[in-house]
Design a binder for this molecule. Structure first.
Ligand SMILES: [Zn+2]
Length: 278
């Protein structure tokens, strides 16, 4: 009986020892693992924090530099860097600063585009100026730029209309006196296609005028020649008659004994008129 009791005691001791050891082993493993993972995550957090601080530092530096000396290139670069910033408040404040600089660049560009349009008033420059002006946020500035664009646009249209009227007038009244006005007004049309079209129309009228003048000149020459021919044409007269005759065999001359020939202009100079039989 005593042997059995001591055996049971021993068995219980061994069992409890094993259990304890097991628990100990397990605990230490768990501790170890959790310690390690804590260390690992602390390290990566530190790295992330450092790289995020670096990003912010870099972004702030670049934005400051952009503000100091704004340029398109710096603007693009700053946008790229700030995109990487994770910290929300910092990101949005940097973005605000960038868009402020962007607006000054846009206004500057719009000013230049509008000035260029005013100096070189062609439709192509209107769309350039309009596109950049549309991106200006300041209402007063935008309205001012739009007014200037509109003024140039109106001036272009007015010049085109004036030229159109002058060319149409030339087409309707194809007179040399109308050419120079059409040419001068077309000269003010800056749109190259419109200008070329108006010039083609002017050229067409000029050649029409020239061919008409050539025809008129030929006709005048013919008429002069005919008049010349006529004045030197031979006619027949009598010593006392009041008529001249185209044919020497005219019956009006039948009774005449003094028929002679002369030129028509001489007969007319003598006040003779054409015989009624002819
Ligand atoms: Zn006669």
């Amino acid at each position: 009986m005593k042997k059995i009791k001591s055996f049971i005691f021993l068995a219980v001791c061994i069992f409890s020892l094993q259990v304890n050891q097991g628990v100990l082993v397990n605990n230490s493993i768990i501790d170890n693992i959790s310690n390690q993972s804590t260390i690992v995550s602390a390290d990566s957090k530190g790295d992330k924090k450092n790289s995020s601080d670096n990003n912010i530092r870099q972004a702030k530096k670049i934005v400051k530099n952009l503000e100091k000396e704004p340029s398109e290139e710096k603007l693009l670069n700053a946008k790229k860097i700030v995109k990487k910033v994770k910290h929300k408040e910092t990101k949005s404040s940097l973005k605000k600063r960038i868009s402020k600089v962007e607006q000054t660049l846009i206004i500057d560009k719009a000013d230049k585009a509008v000035k260029n349009l005013e100096n070189n008033q062609i439709r192509e420059n209107i769309s350039d100026a309009q596109q950049i002006t549309d991106r200006v946020k300041n209402d007063d500035k935008k309205a001012d730029l739009n007014r200037r664009i509109q003024a140039v646009s109106n001036a272009i249209t007015t010049r085109e209309n004036d030229a159109e009227v002058a060319v149409k007038n030339l087409e309707n009244d194809q007179n040399r006196n109308n050419i120079s006005e059409a040419q001068t007004k077309t000269g003010y049309v800056s749109d190259s296609e419109k200008n070329a079209d108006l010039n083609r129309r002017i050229t067409a009228v000029i050649s029409a005028i020239e061919s008409r003048e050539a025809q008129e000149q030929a006709a005048a020459q013919q008429a002069a020649q005919a008049a010349q021919d006529q004045s030197t044409a031979t006619v027949y007269i009598t010593a006392t008659g009041k008529r001249y005759h185209l044919s020497p065999n005219c019956r009006g001359l039948n009774n005449s004994k003094s028929t002679s020939s002369t030129t028509l202009s001489d007969a007319e100079a003598r006040g003779l008129t054409l015989c009624q039989f002819e």
